[in-house]
Design a binder for this molecule. Sequence first.
Ligand code: PHE
Length: 496
Amino acid sequence: MMADKNEWGSNLSFIFAMIGSAVGLGNIWRYPYVLYSNGGGAFYIPYIVAILLMGIPFLILEYGVGYDFKSSFAKAVKKIDSKFEYLGWFLPVCVFVIMIYYAAILGWDGIYVILSFFKGWGADPSTFFTASLIQDSKNYMGLFHFLPIIAIAMLAGWIIVWCISHKDLEKGLGRVSKVLVPLLFIIMVLIVGFSLTLPGASIGLSELFNPNWALLFDFKIWMAAFGQIVFSLSLGMSIAFTYASYTKDDTDLITNTLSIVFANSLFENFAALGVFSILGYMSLQSGTPVAELVTQGTGLVFNAYPIVFNVLGQLGYVLGPMFFLTIYLAGLTSILSTIEPLSFSIQNKFGLSRSRTMTILIIIGAFLSMIYATSFGADLLGYVDTFINQIALLFGVVIECIIFAWIFHAEKLIDFLNSRSKTIKIGKWWIIIVKYILPIFILIVWFGGVIEVMATSSVDQTNFTIATAIIVLVATVILTKLPAKSPDWDKSDERV
Ligand code: PHE
């Protein structure tokens, strides 16, 4: 039978697309630093607890409800209780905001893929990145200074995304994930394998894993572990929900969850081995202690790594392109997932085709993303990212726990999920976790994050955070209030 426009061709497409969404910048540039700065080896205790207590139970919940409804997130939430339609649009809109700034990072990285062939960042990569490439203005007046190179790189990314996303699900995202995700793992294995052989690798690794057990009593590392798992597995963002709603009837969601969580952790721990082996090598070459070299985010990828590739001589010409390409692929497979929840919700409400919805959203996204192709783009990106990660993502997990576990009554799913599962079975403990432990814990972490953002924000950051929140809320209200075009949007009894 021909797969429907919004249906995976096989379970493998579903698993690979989910792994593609999860494995992203969070695994490569965030996790190694989080592991290092939160107790090294000792971090594995909160990390494993976060996986068992939140990653696995929560993904099973999101998948289970998505599978049960077989419809978009907004439509399902509205069916659970029409009062909540706002929430049904709020999360997909937030994820679309992520898409828009992910496009900027992808654009920067795309430029580095090209630069890496001839080490075009020169002898001082840090100055090159801030002064020549992003031309950081540190001031919102920079919004009026347009950077065409970044705009072009971003547009190239949007075109690639359009080529994949406007097609039927299996022909586009399904097929591409089955090629890109294994490719990503293969390149990563090659990079890490090579990094481990570098002199000094063991210095970096012993710095990384050296356990600081005392930190186990510090709330901070528990927060870091839960934050990492939420971000890395893209939890609470209605992506897992949407992907599960595209599955066929015979899917074993519990076993799929285990595979996806395992692959995601494997990848990020692998990335940590690679990053710290290379930092160890750098430390040996330069005599600078590893502690002074470690950083994360753009500092790691666009400053520290180009320095490493400079030091590596001829080898840098091989390793450099491979490294930036890995980041590009990881980012691409993640960005592809960020359009699905909003696109499917719009298709369901307004009766538009997948192809047309994707085209409209990509044009809007590309247009809005141009704000990041300015001298204030990098700072703005930091502010929007903080808002989304520390405020919206965690909030999404709590919202979903309340709607799915409490109002929808997740208990209903247990028998069905267990009947398909070839591995573990879920029971009462699962309900206790998703109804009580998880929302309470996340709320605590959420308040901690909000207070931290409020305490550390500059005036600019506060203003732009408020502006982002207003834009997200206005878009949510518009999408909720616009009259539906699709005849079955308002039917509450039928799950289509
Ligand atoms: N999980 C992705 C990563 O680790 C980030 C992401 C978050 C992607 C939310 C999509 C949505 O980089």
